[in-house]
Design a protein around this ligand. Structure first.
Ligand code: SF4
Ligand code: SF4
Ligand code: SF4
Length: 285
């Protein structure tokens, strides 16, 4: 922990906060009311409270929810991943090399921004009595959902994680004190903690010098490629998909955007919609 963060700990008395009891705090954060800002965003958000709302009814609501401002989102077309089994690995590689995500052999030290997982891990609320073969055999790409009502943001005592004006749930690594409240609050397990110096898990001669490496004791996760989007580029994972349209990224609030057209034309689901986190990542299964 660097001096700046130690000083902040002293000032904020965060060690006291940490003693309050993570589980109780987190339960409250997930089920409790959203801050005013987040609630305002929901008022124009389609009804994502249920699986069905996230699909058909949700799309109609999208039609009605055009508002000023940007809310970035992603559609993951799992049909394309099934058609091209090597695509998942390609996407993960593109993300991790772009963001200097370290690789450690021991699972407990693992840092992940995006990865492939089983259907039932990804969609715990969408179990099927008899799954079709394609669903059973193929994995699902997961990443931070950049929730419109993010419990991780409410959990963070230092505002090291915050939602920006484009709806990206971002990280300020310098403000992170490593309390891991955000990890406990994320119902999707999309955050990783640097137990070790991440630079030890990187080939420092091959890192992306345009993106910062992190330090031991901070949390990290997918940032929706904010650094690329800010330059008018597509996220690295979207670029890795080439012209396949396996991933579609764009402004959910723009009725003319490609992502809105894709949402309108396809049945999509979100992960754990009943929690009311309002994920900005949608899946075509
Ligand atoms: S998926 Fe988890 S880390 Fe990402 S915004 Fe939602 S609660 Fe936060
Ligand atoms: S660990 Fe998470 S909750 Fe704690 S300061 Fe860092 S970002 Fe915030
Ligand atoms: S949006 Fe960017 S940070 Fe997120 S998974 Fe894709 S490449 Fe990684």
């Amino acid at each position: 922990m660097d001096k700046k963060r130690r000083d902040f700990l002293k000032i904020a008395g965060v060690s006291t906060l940490a003693g309050l009891g993570g589980t109780a705090v987190v339960d409250k954060l997930i089920s409790g009311s959203s801050p005013a800002g987040a609630r305002a965003a929901h008022e124009v958000e389609p009804g994502h409270g249920t699986e069905h709302a996230a699909a058909g009814a949700g799309h109609d609501a999208h039609e009605n929810s055009a508002r000023s401002g940007t809310r970035l989102g992603m559609v993951i077309d799992l049909r394309k991943f099934r058609a091209n089994p090597s695509l998942g690995e390609k996407v993960v590689k593109a993300c991790h090399s772009t963001h200097n995500v370290p690789s450690f052999p021991d699972k407990k030290d693992e840092i992940k921004w995006t990865w492939m997982t089983g259907y039932e891990n990804a969609f715990t609320e969408h179990s099927q009595y008899h799954k079709d073969r394609a669903t059973m055999d193929h994995e699902v790409l997961v990443m931070c959902n950049h929730c419109d009502s993010p419990p991780c943001v409410r959990a963070c005592p230092t505002r090291a994680t915050f939602k920006n004006k484009e709806g990206i749930v971002a990280m300020d690594y310098h403000r992170c004190i490593g309390c891991r409240f955000c990890m406990a609050a994320c119902p999707y397990g999309m955050r990783s903690f640097n137990w070790r110096d991440p630079r030890g898990g990187l080939d420092m001669s091959a890192i992306n010098k345009r993106f910062p490496t992190r330090m031991r004791g901070v949390v990290e996760k997918c940032n929706f490629c904010a650094e690329r989007v800010g330059l008018g580029k597509q996220p690295a994972c979207v670029k890795a998909c080439g012209s396949s349209k396996a991933l579609i990224f764009g402004n959910l609030n723009d009725p003319n955007s490609e992502i809105r057209k894709v949402l309108k034309a396809n049945y999509t689901i979100q992960r754990k919609p009943s929690l009311g986190t309002h994920p900005s990542v949608f899946y075509i299964v």
